[in-house]
Design a protein around this ligand. Sequence first.
Ligand code: EPU
Length: 425
Amino acid sequence: MEKFVVHGPCRLEGEVTISGAKNAAVAILPATLLVKGKCHLENVPDISDIRAYCKILESLGSKIEYISNNELIIDNTDVNSAIASYELTSKFRASYYLIGALIGRFDKVQIGLPGGCKLGARPIDQHIKAFKKLGAKVIVRNGNVYASKTEPLKGSNIFFDVVSVGSTMNAILAATLSEGVTTIENVAKEPHIVDLANFLNSMGAKIKGAGTDTIKITGVKELRQKSSYSIIPDQIETGTFMVAAAATKGDVLIKNCIPKHMEPITAKLIEAGATVEEFESSIRVTMDKRPTSISIKTMPYPGFPTDMQPQTSLLLTIGDSTGTIVETIWESRFQYTDELAKMGADISAHGSTAIFKGVEKLYAAPVRAHDLRAGAAMIIAGLIAEGDTEVYDIHHILRGYENIVGKFANLGAKIDYVKTEDDEE
Ligand code: EPU
């Protein structure tokens, strides 16, 4: 069994460099399938979700040259299969981007239903709606998604019922090589959507409006290979270190980030009493007192990101009065509050609302990382708490945070990675 042991309490101090964005990379990797040629990607995060994605691409016939842990050359000239097994795709959510990326190039695509963090119901009806609008036939059966076409996909008008990151990405991927013009409305505006559009446009795609409510795509016949593209910095990793700095009354300079992407988080940190200084590509967060209790409501970008909800909850957990979090995206995202309760937190979570009565201190306990961001929250809790906090199920954390132990260690934290011998085979 693997676990982290976080030795607390600890004040974070120093500098940390942010890695490439997971949720951009997991769309850009499959997007390379739209090119019958090579794509050179830089600032690729070295995380288990990316390693899993590379395995899927290789199973389809991609040749990947690993220049370094963060730099890849993917050659999709010889991709000859559009069938990805359940065993590979069920490990994470973003495997569904294979459908959008492959349906332009192949007439029949089959992928196992995607997995990912258990955050509540994760339907893919809007993805399917987009593929159908473009002329594909889609069936979900026996744990697989089957998409097919008998003639080239044709541009269409797509109006999403809900604002969905994945559906927006998939519609962009599928429409890029279609015939004619596609207009997609009520789309997600997250920075990773803009990054995917920039990547595709840099290879000759014609995508306008990414980052606004409406995206217009004029289909092109083919894309040209890409000499080099650098993935944007990870908004959520940046936010995780910002919150960790504030929660530990620390002083941290967070480098290689985009301050504009951090505005909803910066605003809440300032409300909680932190000082946030923004520079061109870095942010310094300092805090010298107990947080003022704040209230948060998660919303699609540019609102407060659901993926920062568990980490930021630590500021409310040790806040000076009562704070509230309303979660509007994922129905089961408060499972971590039971873990914090084991450490002395006073939280009552019902439905989409959690009320946090701030406590002065947390005390170490064995806790679980229920999902990726909940896991990051457990590490921050361990940094605040008195004693040695054991965090279990850390495979969730390793899916999305590059070198998390090393990065926290550089800031003065003591976190041990422990693997017990009976699991080593
Ligand atoms: N939804 C539908 N139908 C669909 C698709 C989504 O009803 O066809 C609903 C979902 O149930 C949810 C809402 O729409 O209530 C938003 O879901 P979205 O599609 O935006 O989520 P996602 O694409 O599956 C991505 C991130 C998540 C992040 C959400 C919201 C990736 C790989 N995952 O998921 O990231 O929470 O957007 O921002 O990009 C994480 O990184 O820890 C993570 C969970």
